[in-house]
Design a protein around this ligand. Structure first.
Ligand code: SF4
Ligand code: SF4
Length: 307
């Protein structure tokens, strides 16, 4: 079976087979503080970290965004699905005698260096024909044959600097530059959400406004699956029924999920959440202090207005 077929069978749209090379420029940028702390785990030099590997397989998981952004950007559901697909793919490669393990490398930089994809304004990355709606996963592998790489789509500039993404973004600075710490999504792992972002949180995991307005992106949308709508009801989550949501978004996301659900209950004026929020306060006051204070303030005001 060809590698491409195997990758497709696991749900990915495409795989790029890159040689195992260092990427010292990226490492220097990280030292300068250019990246969010999620980049801390990335290995400095894959030729040292994975000396046995002759290839880095970067797999593209393309998805279509939802037609309603008030639940969660489809990215997060697809990120979890594709994470499991990647684990299965690596297991399968090992079964057929190909040594492989997940690559902790900066996939986008590696692709860009190989002439694939396009860096857009506002820190967006574009891969034709999927636009910015992709999740990438990489595996280091020891392939039986030398790695011959032919790009299937070159990184032609796609962004025309129309400014629409930066017009709708909290993080945008002048002329398409970007400060990651101003992007609401950079706070959604497990850090308290700064107060200034709380009124702006309207769905789990925040915001994809920049991608929605980009005219270069595919315009097709799919309905939010019923499973997603039901699992991501914020009152359901603060009531303690968060198992289905964790199935969708990743089992290690309980704290960020609760943190965001508290704020969403407040922003959606769901006063029926108040008893559950009081229970959360008793249990987790230290962990969710600022979010709970915000929610009590908003919901108690709403309750007073309704009386
Ligand atoms: S919205 Fe305009 S400026 Fe922003 S990435 Fe898309 S094309 Fe570029
Ligand atoms: S996700 Fe939202 S806050 Fe982050 S860059 Fe896009 S528009 Fe800006």
């Amino acid at each position: 079976m060809t590698l491409f077929k195997l990758v497709k069978e696991h749900g990915f749209s495409e795989v790029f087979v890159l040689p195992n090379r260092p990427y010292s420029d990226w490492t220097l940028h990280r030292k300068d503080g250019a990246f969010h702390s999620n980049a801390d785990f990335i290995r400095d030099d894959p030729t040292i970290a994975y000396p046995w590997a002759n290839a880095c397989l970067i797999c593209v998981w393309a998805y279509r965004p939802y037609d309603d952004d008030s639940f969660v950007p489809a990215y997060y559901v697809e990120s979890n699905r594709s994470y499991h697909a990647m684990k299965n793919l690596i297991r399968r490669l090992n079964e057929i005698g190909i040594r492989a393990e997940r690559a902790e490398t900066p996939y986008r930089t590696q692709l860009l260096n190989a002439g694939i994809g396009c860096r857009m304004d506002n820190q967006l990355w574009f891969y034709a024909p999927y636009g910015t709606f992709t999740v990438l996963w990489g595996a280091m592998a020891q392939l039986p044959e030398p790695v011959e790489y032919t790009p299937s789509h070159a990184n032609e500039p796609v962004c025309d600097h129309c400014g629409r993404c930066s017009d709708v973004c909290f993080g945008a600075l002048d002329q398409g530059s970007f400060e990651w710490s101003n992007c609401i999504r950079s706070y959604l792992e497990n850090r308290p959400l700064p107060e200034r972002f709380m009124p702006e949180l309207h769905s789990f995991s925040g915001c994809q406004r920049c991608q929605n307005v980009c005219p270069q992106n595919p315009q097709e949308r799919i309905p939010v699956p019923a499973l997603v709508r039901e699992a991501l009801d914020p009152v359901r989550i603060v009531s303690g029924d968060y198992g289905p949501a964790l199935e969708l978004l990743g089992k290690n996301r309980k704290k960020p999920l609760l943190r965001q659900a508290i704020v969403l209950c407040a922003n959606q004026k769901r006063i029926e959440a108040l008893p559950y929020l009081k229970q959360l306060e008793e249990k987790y006051a230290d962990s969710f202090q600022s979010e709970l204070q915000y929610a009590f303030r908003l919901l108690q005001n709403t309750e007073n207005v309704l009386k």
